[in-house]
Design a protein around this ligand. Structure first.
Ligand SMILES: Cc1cc2nc3c(=O)[nH]c(=O)nc-3n(C[C@H](O)[C@H](O)[C@H](O)COP(=O)(O)OP(=O)(O)OC[C@H]3O[C@@H](n4cnc5c(N)ncnc54)[C@H](O)[C@@H]3O)c2cc1C
Length: 493
């Protein structure tokens, strides 16, 4: 008998799963096809080192997921997802102590000395309307905003380069370092226009929802999404790479959670030359080199307060972070900014008793496999002398490894494409609904569409809304309520 699918989703990354869930919740018959044996894409947990240690292969910390307007529509807690909230969102060690982004605005300000009032003035108005703001920024930009005033306030501060805004706003080394450490998440030189946007958003989310992670591993998010999809009648096929349109089962719509190049392969000759040329010119940003560690004990931080957060920014002063990221398109700094996560201080399920995992990466030029493990470890040792003595095993993932793992991570670019201002507007092409392709029934739904990288599911969600409207005449009900945020705080052992 012929298949009676309404929709096929190619790829079970967070965005493919988000697209599939959105379609299934609208009553469509959906099938997801994934190349790997397990769903998740950048949301995978794997035994990369020794027995009993669980490592997050891609994403590790999830402020965007817990706050996402799409994720908050779905009852993922009913399918096993449990958030762990560390004591503080982020700690940034400095030579003579550390600076902390606390959940509480005033407590953060207390640690910033003379810059405390400035931090409060910057964050408070945005914090008062953070849900409206997220709704307006986590989608294609040229749309009528729901909260124009908050968006304008955000936009004015988001457009300047993070380096210039940090210098203008703050006087203390603590506030400048905290700001630079948040800005370095953009994987762009901090002098690039627009880099203040993610800096502000990450700081704001720390206050609004914290920087939590799922108990047991990032995989728990993907598993809960799959379980919810199957509960709704959707199906998932794993271990099948879709190479051309001939590999697709018949369906009215196909949503592609992959790279623009992989989309072109599926569209074949049906893609007009102009669209083909635009996608062939799609630009990628720097890559990542990541090390997963199995440790015999916790990281021996000089400042014990660094153990209050799962996320640690290792890069020193604002000037040092700025220098590290300045030339990341062509070379790796001798002293790279290192983004680290220490889950097991708050989630004992991920390692044998008394032992720990540690997740750390630095930015590298796109496609680079140059070994930089010594530089990453020197940065950790700088704030935790004796770290190397605790290492039982390490697993290195290079930028080419990430590309081989998922076509979305071309050259190791974890954002699925350069996230500069043009990269936001033309993702992958400058149209109001960039998910739609010129071939009827085909949509791109990966992080190579707005709003880009990160675990929030919004590209998949918006692509599915476009397909529902175009092909099935179903409009999203904007009034649909978001679930309240359900968290879980675990006391540190
Ligand atoms: C090392 C690293 C650390 C990160 N840390 C964080 C973090 O802490 N927090 C955060 O929010 N984000 C983080 N990210 C970013 C986040 O993981 C990505 O933005 C996100 O996974 C992108 O989702 P996606 O669905 O677009 O693509 P992917 O996650 O890459 O998923 C695409 C999926 O589709 C499959 N696929 C593609 N083409 C085909 C095909 N032709 N046939 C069948 N299957 C196919 C792939 O196998 C893959 O499973 C990190 C990423 C990396 C790499």
């Amino acid at each position: 008998m012929a298949m009676t699918l309404d929709a096929v989703v190619v790829g079970a990354g967070p965005n493919g799963l988000a697209a599939a869930l959105t379609l299934a919740r609208a009553g469509l018959r959906v099938q997801v096809i994934e190349a790997h044996q397990t769903v998740g894409g950048g949301l995978r947990s794997l035994p990369l080192t020794l027995p009993g240690f669980v490592h997050d292969y891609g994403s590790a910390i999830h402020p965007l997921a817990i706050a996402s307007p799409a994720f908050r529509r779905w009852p993922l807690h009913a399918f096993g997802l449990e958030w762990v909230q560390p004591d503080a969102p982020v700690v940034h060690p400095l030579g003579d102590g550390s600076v902390t982004l606390e959940r509480d605005l005033e407590a953060t300000a207390d640690g910033l000395g003379a810059d405390g009032p400035t931090w409060i003035r910057l964050m408070r108005p945005l914090l008062n309307d953070w849900e409206g703001l997220l709704h307006d920024v986590l989608r294609p930009l040229p749309r009528v905003p729901r909260r124009p005033l908050t968006l304008a306030r955000f936009g004015l501060r988001a457009l300047p380069p993070a380096a210039a805004l940090g210098q203008l706003l703050f006087r203390t080394p603590q506030a400048r370092a905290l700001w630079a450490g948040l800005a370095a998440h953009t994987a762009q030189p901090l002098t690039a226009p627009g880099t203040s946007a993610m800096t502000l958003a990450l700081g704001l989310l720390g206050h609004a929802v914290g920087w939590p992670f799922p108990r047991g591993g990032a995989q728990a998010i993907a598993d809960a999404m799959r379980a919810h999809l199957e509960f709704l009648g959707g199906s998932v096929v794993t271990g099948v790479r879709v190479g051309s349109a001939a590999d697709l089962p018949p369906a009215r719509v196909t949503l592609v959670d992959s790279s623009p190049a992989a989309l072109l392969q599926l569209l074949g000759d049906r893609a007009p030359a102009s669209y083909r040329a635009a996608l062939q010119g799609y630009r990628y940003g720097p890559g990542i080199q990541k090390i997963d560690y199995a440790l015999g004990g916790p990281v021996p931080w000089c400042d014990p307060r660094v153990a209050r957060a799962a996320t640690v920014h290792l890069g020193g002063t604002a000037q040092e972070v700025l220098r590290s990221e300045a030339q990341l398109t062509t070379q790796v700094s001798r002293h790279p900014y290192v983004l680290a996560a220490q889950h097991t201080l708050f989630d004992a399920t991920r390692a044998p008793a008394g032992q720990h995992t540690f997740w750390a990466y630095a930015h590298v030029p796109n496609g680079s496999a140059e070994p930089i493990g010594d530089r990453i470890e020197a940065q950790i040792e700088r704030y935790a002398p004796g770290f190397r003595d605790r290492v039982l095993a390490r697993h290195v993932t290079t930028a080419p490894d990430l590309q081989a793992y998922s076509p979305v991570f071309q050259g190791g670019d974890f954002n699925g494409g350069l996230l500069d201002l043009w990269g936001l507007l033309a993702r992958p092409v400058p149209t109001p609904t960039p998910y739609r392709t010129p071939v009827r029934g085909f949509y791109l739904c990966s992080s190579s569409t707005p709003p880009g990288g990160g675990i929030h599911g919004m590209p998949g969600f918006h692509a599915a809304l476009a397909a529902l409207k175009d092909e099935f005449g179903i409009q999203d009900s904007e009034g649909q309520a978001a679930d309240p945020i359900r968290g879980s705080a675990e006391v540190r052992p």
